[in-house]
Design a binder for this molecule. Structure first.
Ligand code: ADP
Length: 190
């Protein structure tokens, strides 16, 4: 019945850590980026809407993103809790998540923010571009995604800090090293 958020800039390893936490705790991992990419691949109406924003490195509009997340959290695999990777990214999404948690009886257990230096982020994203070929991993779009994170999403961490929910962690090192830091931080907040 708990919700854990993984926040951090593009390339900080949110998806990897969300998967690890979900496996350790037996809860669902929800990546809004993965859901949008699946819709783009399946050529659905939602995919059509999302695609132009994603390819430009812009955020998909709040109304679209929030409706999609509500539907996802309604599914039975979220009954025992879920980890969110890539949501919320805007102040409107923070409010929508608060309402959703209140309505479903889930409690916000922790917000894990992964800190990674900018040069390391760019290196990781460029390396990922070579292996995964994501349409938004080009140099210009990477720059825009990092800028948007700094302008729109990083300021949201202050809100969670004021609620005493924020845990800032060093996101550098191997995925296993970071997973160990995350697990320790969550054990303390159990
Ligand atoms: P990254 O964190 O590396 O930028 P994601 O896979 O989380 O990548 O997201 C990819 C893209 O999907 C984003 O650049 C954005 O266009 C869209 N997206 C994902 N989550 C959200 C969200 N919560 N609000 C708006 N757009 C989103």
């Amino acid at each position: 019945m708990t919700c854990i958020l993984i926040m951090g800039p593009p390339g900080s390893g949110k998806g990897t850590q969300a998967g690890d936490i979900a496996a350790r705790h037996g809860v669902a991992a929800i990546s809004t980026g993965d859901i949008f990419r699946a819709h783009v691949d399946a050529d659905t109406p939602l995919g059509h809407t999302a695609r132009e924003y994603m390819e430009a490195g812009e955020y998909v509009p709040d109304s679209v993103t929030i409706d999609m997340l509500r539907d996802r959290v309604d599914r039975p695999d979220c009954e025992h809790g879920f980890v969110l990777d890539g949501f919320p990214r805007t102040i409107a999404q923070v409010g929508a998540l608060d309402e959703l948690l209140a309505a479903t009886g889930h409690e916000l257990r922790a917000v894990i923010a992964l800190d990674v230096e900018r040069s390391e982020l760019v290196d990781r994203l460029v390396r990922r571009a070579a292996t995964e070929g994501r349409a938004d991993d080009t140099e210009d779009v990477i720059r825009r995604r990092l800028e948007l994170y700094a302008d729109e999403t990083d300021p949201l961490l202050a809100e969670y800090e004021s609620r005493d929910a924020l845990v800032r962690l060093d996101g550098s090192g191997t995925p296993a090293e970071v997973a160990e830091r995350v697990a320790e931080a969550l054990a303390v907040r159990a």
